[in-house]
Design a protein around this ligand. Structure first.
Ligand code: SAH
Length: 350
C-alpha cells in the first residue's frame, strides 16, 4: 500500500481529523486496500464504545407534503405525480406505540416541510403524547428547517434529538442542488440553533450528488470534524425519475463505505446509520455499512399504505413490509454478520 495514504490513515486516527487537502488526497487516492485499512481501524475505534451492538430508530414518515423544491428529491413540491398524504396525530401516536412494542426506543418523525398542517401546536402535542405513551423512548424530529422558537417549543414538549442533514458544506454546491429561495446559511444556522437549545443533532450529506467534487466531500468532512454532530446520516444519492436529476448517476456503495469509515475515525462516538439508501443500491449495503463502522439502522414504521408515497428516490426498499417484519428482517441480517440489534434508546456515548 502507498505509504503516504497509510500515513494519512494513521494521522486521521490519532488526530481525529485531517487538513482539507489531506481529506481530498485520501479520497482521490483510495484503493481497496486503503478502504480495508480504514474499515479495520473504524471497527477498532468503535469496539470499546459501542461493541457490535446496533441501535435502531423507528422511522415514521408522517407526511410527504413539502413546500420545498430540492432538485434531487422525489417529493419536491413541483412533482405533480406524487399522491400527497399527511398522517393525523392519532395515527402517528399509534405507529409510535406499535414501534415501542416491537422494541424501538427511538421514534423518528420525518416528513416534508409542512408547517401549515404540522404547526408547532400540532407537532408539540404529538411529541408530548409519544413521550407519554412510550416509556424511556427518545423522540427525534426530522421535519426540515423551522425557526428557533419552533425548535425550542418542540424541545420543551419532549423532543431531544433533531436530524437535519446539512446536505453539502459547500455554498456553491448547495445552490446547485436547491432552488434560489432556499438558503445555505439558514440551514446551517438551524444546526447551530438546535445544538444550542440542547438537542442531540444529526447532520449529514448525500454521496455522489450531482456536481459534487472531491473538494466538496473534503469540506463535508471538515465540517463534521468541526461541528461534531451527535449523528451523521450519509447515504448515496439515488436519482428519482420525476426530478431534474432523473438521469444523473447514483452515488456508489464503495465511496459511501469509505466515507463512513473516515467519519467513524474523525468522531469515534458518532452515531452512524447504515441508511436505507445504502440498502437500496446494494442488497447487502446495510450489512457492509456496519463493517465500515456504522452502528445504527433506521427501519420503517410508517403505515404500509403510505410507504410507496414517501419516495425520495427510485426503488426504495422495504416499502411493502409490515413494521414488525422490518425489524425481524434487520435483526436476522445483522446477526448473520455478527451484530446484535438492541432494545435501547441509543444515546450518543459521552
Ligand atoms: N424535510 C426533511 C427531511 C428530508 S428527507 C429535511 O429537510 O431535512 C431526508 C433526507 O433524504 C434528506 O436530507 C436527503 O439527504 C435525503 N434524500 C433526498 N432525496 C434523495 C435522493 N434522491 N437520494 C438519496 N437521498 C435523498
Amino acid at each position: 500500500m502507498d505509504k503516504r495514504l497509510a500515513d494519512l490513515v494513521g494521522k486521521l486516527e490519532s488526530d481525529q481529523g485531517l487538513l482539507l487537502a489531506e481529506y481530498a488526497e485520501l479520497i482521490d487516492g483510495r484503493t481497496p486496500e486503503v478502504a480495508e485499512l480504514l474499515a479495520e481501524r473504524a471497527r477498532a475505534v468503535r469496539e470499546p464504545i459501542y461493541g457490535r451492538r446496533v441501535f435502531t430508530r423507528g422511522l415514521i414518515e408522517i407526511s410527504n407534503v413539502c413546500k420545498n423544491d430540492c432538485l434531487y428529491c422525489g417529493i419536491r413540491c413541483s412533482n405533480r405525480n406524487v399522491k400527497r398524504y399527511r398522517l393525523d396525530p392519532d395515527t402517528i401516536v399509534a405507529c409510535a406505540r406499535a414501534g415501542w412494542e416491537y422494541g424501538y426506543r427511538t421514534i423518528v418523525l420525518q416528513g416534508g416541510e409542512d408547517k401549515t398542517y404540522y404547526a408547532d401546536d400540532v407537532l408539540c402535542d404529538v411529541i408530548a403524547r409519544i413521550v407519554q405513551t412510550c416509556p424511556d423512548t427518545a423522540v427525534t424530529v426530522s421535519m426540515g428547517e423551522r425557526g428557533r422558537a419552533s425548535f425550542e417549543r418542540m424541545y420543551d414538549a419532549g423532543a431531544t434529538r433533531y436530524l437535519l442533514r446539512h446536505e453539502t458544506a459547500t455554498r456553491e454546491h448547495y445552490e446547485r442542488l436547491h432552488p434560489a429561495n432556499m438558503s445555505f446559511d439558514h440551514r446551517m444556522q438551524c444546526l447551530y440553533d438546535l445544538r444550542e437549545i440542547g438537542y442531540q443533532v444529526g447532520a449529514g450529506m448525500m454521496v455522489g450528488s450531482p456536481f459534487q467534487t472531491t473538494m466538496d466531500l473534503a469540506r463535508d468532512l471538515a465540517f463534521i470534524q468541526s461541528f461534531r454532530p451527535d449523528m451523521c446520516g450519509i447515504g448515496p444519492f439515488i436519482p428519482h425519475h420525476d426530478t431534474p436529476f432523473a438521469h444523473e448517476p447514483a452515488g456508489t456503495l464503495e465511496l459511501t463505505l469509505y466515507l463512513l469509515s473516515i467519519i467513524r475515525l474523525i468522531h469515534p462516538r458518532v452515531l452512524l446509520p447504515a441508511t436505507t439508501a445504502l440498502g437500496t443500491i446494494d442488497p447487502l449495503g446495510r450489512e457492509k455499512g456496519m463493517e465500515a463502522g456504522a452502528n445504527v439502522v433506521m427501519p420503517n414504521l410508517s403505515p404500509v399504505d403510505v410507504r410507496k408515497q414517501y419516495e425520495l428516490y427510485d426503488n426504495k426498499i422495504c416499502t411493502g413490509d409490515e413494521s414488525a417484519v422490518c425489524r425481524g428482517c434487520l435483526a436476522r441480517r445483522m446477526a448473520k454478520v455478527g451484530y446484535e440489534l438492541v432494545v435501547d434508546r441509543g444515546d450518543v456515548a459521552r
